[in-house]
Design a binder for this molecule. Sequence first.
Ligand SMILES: C[S@@+](CC[C@H](N)C(=O)[O-])C[C@H]1O[C@@H](n2cnc3c(N)ncnc32)[C@H](O)[C@@H]1O
Length: 260
Amino acid sequence: MSLYPYTPTNPNHHTMKITLFQIAELVIIGIIFVYLVYYVYTVLFDKKYQPKAWQDAVKRGKVSRQLQSIERNYPDKVRFFNFWFQVERLKKENIPGFFAELGVYKGDSALLLHLMDPAREFHLFDTFEGFTQSDLARETGKAATYTTKNFADTSIEKVRARLNSDKFVFHKGYFPDTAAGMENTQFALVNMDADLYNPTKAGLEYFYPRLAPGGIIIIHDYNPDWPGIMKAVDDFAATIPEPLIVMPDQDSSVMIFKSK
Ligand SMILES: C[S@@+](CC[C@H](N)C(=O)[O-])C[C@H]1O[C@@H](n2cnc3c(N)ncnc32)[C@H](O)[C@@H]1O
């Protein structure tokens, strides 16, 4: 293709050939560019996925900057907003009791739950050294690939420094041994994220009777990759009057509400 038509008097004349291959290259680069602009725009500015109630709370200054920043980076939005709606409900209905978490690791979910209700006393249960061999021994599914090295790269000192609030009470060691002495405690919300059958079973048996009316237990990973968790939850659910509510978050959390 020639940019300038050839005439014997045209001094600018030269020829430039654009091949089909170059045209295809330009089209592909154009598509990638448009996609990148769209991606950056949606990550930075498109907040349509956020529930209206959350947007309203942000506008009214009811959500701390730290919690907003965690939400922006949290990979599972459904899980995040389920936590938020449940904590908001507990506050609105004045449900008494502490928060608790079984399976803390480095404190990610503990931190966001604390920021959703910073006034609540919050009990944290973990070995802070990973799983025990005796708990791992009976596992099938994904947990059967775990060793005592998984989730061992943490420590109570690091988590304490990160969470940095006197509302947290640490119970370091093997659960349920670490719950001894707390028999008369009442809980409003318990987040269970211990991955294995034994602690999940023990957690349900320990926390459910101590749950305030209207209180909630949320158990993570109720899906076929985690047969130990599914069995512990299903066996326990068969012994209580309340139904299980399965959530559509990425790993299927399941919730148990204590009847009022
Ligand atoms: C998946 S991690 C928890 C993740 C955490 N919720 C977060 O936000 O990152 C599972 C944790 O459960 C703890 N755990 C499992 N069985 C336990 C037991 N019987 N007693 C105490 N901690 C246990 C492990 O030490 C590990 O830190």
